[in-house]
Design a binder for this molecule. Structure first.
Ligand code: G3P
Ligand code: CA
Length: 343
């Protein structure tokens, strides 16, 4: 294991002279609570969002899917056996099925086969019990929240905290949901409008991996839009300077996987940063990178502490490196630590 706790200056020095630091000064990077404070509570529960707000997160991030009766609820996937107790519920055993979701065969239970009332009988579970066993004490306690309930939570806490708390909703599988007659775009915009969010200056970013979804949203709302992109080959065209200029015709920013900015080898070795941030800024796009997590499992080798995958490494050093490289925001499962890293 390489030595730990390198100061930022030393980290930068080790990257070499070729590192393309952003020319644009960073104002104040925002901290987006990824699935709430999902490092501390089961993800996408009101408890997770509430914890994130208490820790001071600038934005809370609900991933959104649709119910059979057309209600937007917070889940990372429409298949819910990984984050709820549905598999242990005999009354829903017959709903288990296999579907093709975005070209992938997925077996389990799907939100679009449940009414909101049925989903409300389920209880959330920790997604990563081996990495986050401390969170399993909350298994069975919390419901699947609707978007409206999340907005209500944010609004109530804004009043109590005396500050705006942003919403950063992500449409999950929007093309798939369109295909089954449960399009998300208009219900999402309508719900946000109903709650007072309709202008570019409102504290909302809508994000999606699917460009067609964002282009449709561009025609429906002035709220800011973020094009997500991963490090997989099918996103490559989007990450070039030309691709980013094209994204800027319909989006206000990009949400890249960390590896698009600082590639990491399969053995965990950090490689030289790319030009992604500079190219995105040149296209006029904000850059909000994902996902920053404290566990060694998610960190490059030289930022881990010890050998235990669930041990807490130096996420703060990773965040500081990305801020030095010019990102405008970070998605983190650990918003409290992320905010501390930025101070
Ligand atoms: O939305 C940013 C990031 O959350 C995208 O990845 O899979 O965690 O939704 P995912
Ligand atoms: Ca997300």
């Amino acid at each position: 294991m390489p030595r730990q706790g390198l100061a930022l200056a030393a980290l930068v020095a080790t990257l070499g002279a070729a590192m393309p630091l952003s020319a644009e000064p960073v104002a104040k990077p925002i901290v987006i609570a990824h699935r709430g404070a999902s490092g501390e509570r089961p993800e996408h529960t009101l408890a997770s969002y509430e914890r994130a707000i208490a820790l001071g997160a600038d934005f809370v991030e609900p991933d959104l899917v649709m119910t059979r009766d057309g209600v937007l609820v917070a889940r990372h996937e429409n298949e819910i056996s990984g984050t709820t107790d549905v598999a242990a519920r005999p009354e829903f055993a017959h709903r288990k099925t296999t579907k093709s979701i975005d070209g992938e065969a997925v077996t389990g239970w799907f939100t679009e086969d449940f009414t909101l009332a049925e989903l409300k009988t389920l209880r959330a579970r920790e997604r990563l019990p081996k990495l986050r066993p401390q969170n399993t004490v909350y298994d069975g306690q919390f419901e699947i929240p609707t978007l409206q309930e999340i907005i209500d939570l944010v609004r109530a806490n804004e009043t109590a905290a005396g500050r705006r708390i942003g919403l950063y909703p992500e449409t999950k599988h929007p093309g798939y949901f369109q295909g089954i007659g449960l399009a998300m775009e208009r219900p999402l915009v309508a719900m946000l409008e109903k709650n007072g969010y309709s202008h570019a200056g409102d504290p909302v970013f809508i994000q999606s991996f699917e460009a067609e979804n964002l282009k449709e949203l561009r025609g429906l709302t002035k709220l800011r839009l973020i094009q997500l992109m991963g490090a997989e080959p099918h996103f490559a065209a989007m990450t070039t300077p030309e691709g980013l200029k094209s994204v800027a015709t319909y989006a206000d920013g990009v949400g890249p996987a960390k590896a698009l900015i600082v590639p990491v080898s399969k053995l965990g070795k950090r490689e030289a940063p790319t030009r992604f941030v500079a190219d995105a800024h040149a296209a006029g796009l904000k850059v909000h990178a994902w996902t920053f997590r404290v566990e060694n499992y998610f960190l490059p080798a030289d930022m881990r502490k010890g050998l235990n995958p669930r041990g807490r490494g130096d996420m703060a050093a990773e965040i500081r490196l990305f801020v030095e490289l010019g990102v405008d925001g970070v998605f983190s499962d650990n918003p409290g630590e992320a905010l501390a890293a930025l101070e």
